[in-house]
Write a protein of this length. Structure first.
Length: 272
């Protein structure tokens, strides 16, 4: 109520020097690098292209003390982006730091772009530039979740296999036995192929429906953005389920038992 009675005090206009300084900085930077400016001249979005032609945006939220204080910078990066700022700096200094950060992440994005273009990525469905994980399809209800280090994208990533035990155990064994063969000089995807001794399903040869099956309980592939990640271990069944669906199903069965946070029970399809 007090705030509503004093609405004039809440909208204190910024000093004229703020606007003249900001417009001057934008002109020096070049309007061709500006993607968006709000009507109050408090939010500016700049666009840039890295050396591989990928488009990137940086959003600057300026406070009334600009340029004495730096703007808040929002970027779609897998690592923190900290700006080095002095009161005499301008937007072009932030832009140059942004370009340098883009080049430092080039190898990381190259590796993930190759995975996105040549394999079937089950999750995330629409990865952002800041996403460091990919769940890559290997075969029918078998996949590997890869966590890539943005600072060292050519090193062996964390790998977590999803699928029935009879399908993923041989892959785990190959990864452990061939780990010493990892070569930082070749691409991440090529290394994974050689260590696991497999060819990942290709986008050119197969449709996603060939290996991505719907959940056997809710009959949908996506549930709250997640794909089925639990599979029946019986080789004759191999039906996939969402973890949430399976947990809810098993909780209602009198034959199920729970030990701490793990629940044991029969497969809804084959009763194994």
């Amino acid at each position: 109520e007090i705030a509503l009675k004093n609405t004039q005090d809440l909208h204190i206009p910024r000093p004229p020097e703020y606007y003249s300084c900001l417009v001057r900085d934008l002109e020096i930077l070049g309007w061709n690098k500006v993607a968006y400016v709000d009507t109050g001249l408090t939010t500016v979005r700049l666009k840039a292209e890295d050396s591989c032609g990928r488009q990137h945006l940086i959003t600057l939220k300026l406070n009334a003390k600009y340029p004495t204080e730096p703007p808040d910078c929002l970027v779609d990066f897998p690592v923190p982006f900290a700006v080095s700022w002095m009161p005499q700096n301008s937007l072009i200094d932030i832009y140059n730091q942004f370009l340098a950060a883009l080049e430092s992440l080039k190898e990381f994005w190259d590796a993930l772009d190759e995975i996105d273009g040549k394999t079937w990525v089950l999750e995330p469905e629409n990865p952002t530039r800041g996403a460091t994980t990919r769940r890559i399809a290997i075969g029918n209800n078998v996949s590997v979740n890869v966590e890539v280090d943005p600072r060292h994208p050519n090193m062996l990533p964390e790998c977590y296999f999803l699928g029935a035990d009879h399908a993923v155990n041989p892959l785990r064994t190959k990864l452990n036995n061939n780990m010493h063969l990892w070569d930082p000089e070749i691409s991440l995807l090529q290394n994974l192929r050689e260590l696991l001794e497999i060819d990942f399903p290709s986008r050119a040869m197969l449709e996603k429906s060939d290996f991505a099956k719907d959940c056997g309980i809710c009959y949908a592939y996506r549930l709250d953005g997640s794909a089925p990640d639990q599979v029946c271990d019986d080789p004759r069944c191999g039906q996939p389920f969402h973890q949430a669906c399976l947990y809810e199903w098993l909780q209602g069965l009198p034959t199920s038992r729970q030990s701490f946070n793990v629940i044991f029970g029969e497969c809804p399809y084959c009763n194994k």
